[in-house]
Design a protein around this ligand. Structure first.
Ligand SMILES: Nc1ncnc2c1ncn2[C@@H]1O[C@H](COP(=O)(O)OP(=O)(O)OP(=O)(O)O)[C@@H](O)[C@H]1O
Length: 150
């Protein structure tokens, strides 16, 4: 069998861009968001749903407009029940979002807030996601290069 050269799929993330962030112990019903040079307060009541973006194992993701500023964002809504496993999962999700907020290869995390027991994670909207894009690529008989997938 011919030997295949292993592709270099390592992503190079500069050390200084990895900033450890501790998830907030008390999420509030509002959060302060900074996008570029604009900073504003976001309250769940100021967010209106535009459409559904998708559904994950622990929450639904919706495209929303922050009415006062006109900012469009993706909001992942996770129902916080008393189930500790779910709480853990939720905090892990938040933690990952926050930790990776400076990574070039992930969406920008804007902030999180509590809404009637649910946690809303606000983030940058992607043009598409791998699950949707992959289906299009496959339909056209194409493939995604491994380096892009990595
Ligand atoms: N920032 C975003 N912009 C656009 N679409 C998004 C965004 N985040 C999630 N989605 C869409 O919503 C779907 C569900 O997202 P979610 O993060 O909940 O999925 P998951 O990682 O597959 O699930 P889970 O983390 O619950 O196991 C995604 O597959 C994607 O299609």
């Amino acid at each position: 069998m011919a030997s295949r050269k292993k592709p270099n799929l390592k992503l190079h993330v500069p050390e200084e861009s990895i900033v450890p962030v501790i998830p907030p112990a008390n999420l509030d019903t509002r959060t302060t968001i900074t996008i570029g040079d604009k900073t504003f307060d976001v309250e769940a009541d100021d967010l209106e749903k535009i459409c559904d973006l998708g559904r994950g194992a622990y929450g639904i993701v919706e495209k929303m407009r922050h009415i006062p500023s006109g900012t469009i964002m993706a909001v992942k809504r996770i129902t916080a029940t008393v189930n500790t496993q779910e709480q853990k999962r939720l905090l892990m999700d938040l933690d990952i979002s926050m930790r990776s907020s400076d990574c070039l290869y992930t969406v920008q995390f804007y902030g999180a807030l509590f809404r009637e027991g649910d946690v809303w994670i606000c983030m940058e909207v992607m043009d598409t996601s791998l699950d949707k894009f992959y289906a299009k690529v496959y339909k056209h008989g194409k493939s995604i290069p491994e380096v892009a997938l990595a």
